[in-house]
Design a protein around this ligand. Structure first.
Ligand SMILES: NC(=O)c1ccc[n+]([C@@H]2O[C@H](COP(=O)([O-])OP(=O)(O)OC[C@H]3O[C@@H](n4cnc5c(N)ncnc54)[C@H](O)[C@@H]3O)[C@@H](O)[C@H]2O)c1
Length: 371
């Protein structure tokens, strides 16, 4: 029996709606509800591993083998997502900061979707846009459920690609949003971001030159800075009612981690990182330097912070008692990214492509040679 699957290149993905943030936020909303019911599997025996990474050696080992470098890795992120998706998939990417000198993005991503029953490939997707969109959509869903009533001012820290999609998503869910204050280490980047996004979204979007101004007075703050310098947010900036969503590296004080509500995209995944590196916890900061949970995990490993009150977002959706109880609650939402997100949003875009007849059919075989 012949076996075909669909190949969607980047223009195909765009035509099939990968940039539709409203739909992407809904897809991620559906996903977290499923995760709250346990209707998903990620890699490894814990079923919650972020992914399997190729680590290159620090020293040259053979003539051609790559050596370690900034943001240099390969990563496979397999996942099963249930419910209306009921599909398996794997995001597979390579990343090398040197790519930028060759006119390539830092990381180059694909997603393979497979039939959960037979394992047959369904689609191979160009996934750079897919991944950026699903990453941005998560703060949108977090804000939808965790914002205080009447929230209307957003702070943005880090004026890069991911912050753009975070803003697009939060605009969908913070219905009263009227003001956005943007801070970047490089003021010209914040300025450019503010000008471009103000034009696109018709909102009051301004660059600020002090990080404090993108936090204090804001109802929600989205942090997606690349970690060139630490984003360290002191507790006195966290007024009642605020929600901070950290997609990139962000650090808070021990007092903040203890005092406020800490919600992870998936605590079990972050705990997996902790368990892997428990014997050498200082490596958490090295290995996971760009991860928003690195400092907190290190504190948990040293026994400085209790992990008992750490919850996953899916659990919050399943049990609203874990969510906002009053307009005074402060939330720290830490997201490390998951293969389930790529599979869920990839599946929705693939479905749309099938509906519209977009993409190129590839044949794996007409008849399996050795079956
Ligand atoms: N959680 C996830 O699922 C996920 C997925 C993709 C990317 N990320 C993370 O998101 C972050 C942003 O990625 P990007 O592709 O937008 O990067 P980018 O390079 O396009 O933009 C990052 C911006 O942050 C700024 N910056 C760096 N340090 C800063 C600081 N201390 N204060 C203020 N601004 C600072 C840089 O100047 C830059 O403008 C990265 O840390 C990346 O690892 C997370």
């Amino acid at each position: 029996m012949s076996l075909d699957f669909l190949y969607l290149n980047e223009p195909d993905m765009i035509r099939a709606g990968v940039l539709d943030m409203k739909k992407c936020v809904q897809s991620m909303d559906d996903l977290f509800h499923l995760m709250g019911k346990g209707d998903y599997i990620m890699g490894g025996p814990s079923e919650n591993h972020h992914g399997m990474m190729l680590w290159f050696p620090l020293e040259k080992r053979t003539e051609k083998m790559p050596v370690a470098g900034p943001d240099r890795r390969f990563m496979a992120m397999p996942a099963y997502v249930g419910g209306r998706f009921n599909v398996c998939g794997n995001k597979w990417y390579g990343s090398n900061i040197e790519n930028q000198k060759k006119g390539l993005p830092r990381s180059i991503l694909t997603v393979m979707l497979n039939d959960a029953d037979t394992g047959a490939p369904l689609a191979l997707l160009s996934a750079n846009l897919l991944s950026s969109m699903r990453t941005g959509a998560i703060p949108g869903v977090a804000v939808k459920y965790l914002q205080k009533s009447g929230a209307h001012v957003l702070g943005v820290i880090g004026a890069g690609v991911i912050s753009r999609s975070c803003l697009l998503a939060i605009r969908e869910t913070m219905t009263a949003l009227d003001t956005v204050l943007v801070y970047d280490l490089f003021p010209e980047k914040a300025q450019k971001f503010a000008e471009e996004m103000a034009k696109e979204l018709s909102l009051d979007i301004r660059a600020v030159s002090d990080m404090k101004d993108a936090v204090v007075g804001c109802d929600a703050v989205s942090v997606a800075a690349s970690g060139l310098a630490p984003v360290d947010i002191p507790d006195e900036w966290l007024e009642p009612g605020k929600v901070i969503i950290a997609t990139g590296a962000a650090m808070f004080s021990r007092e903040s981690y203890m005092k406020h509500r800490v919600v992870f995209d998936n605590w079990k995944m972050h705990k997996d990182w902790l368990d892997e590196l428990r014997d050498d916890p200082e490596r958490l900061l090295g290995v996971n330097a760009g991860h928003p949970s690195a400092k907190l995990l290190l504190m948990v490993a040293k026994g400085e912070v209790d992990a008992d009150h750490m919850v996953s977002f899916g659990d919050v959706l399943a049990d609203p008692a874990l969510g906002r109880q009053s307009d005074g609650d402060v939330f720290l939402f830490l997201t490390g990214g998951m293969g389930t997100e790529d599979v869920a949003w990839g599946y929705d875009v693939y479905q749309e492509a099938v509906k519209q007849g977009i993409g190129q059919k590839l044949t794996l075989w007409d008849r399996p040679h050795w079956a």
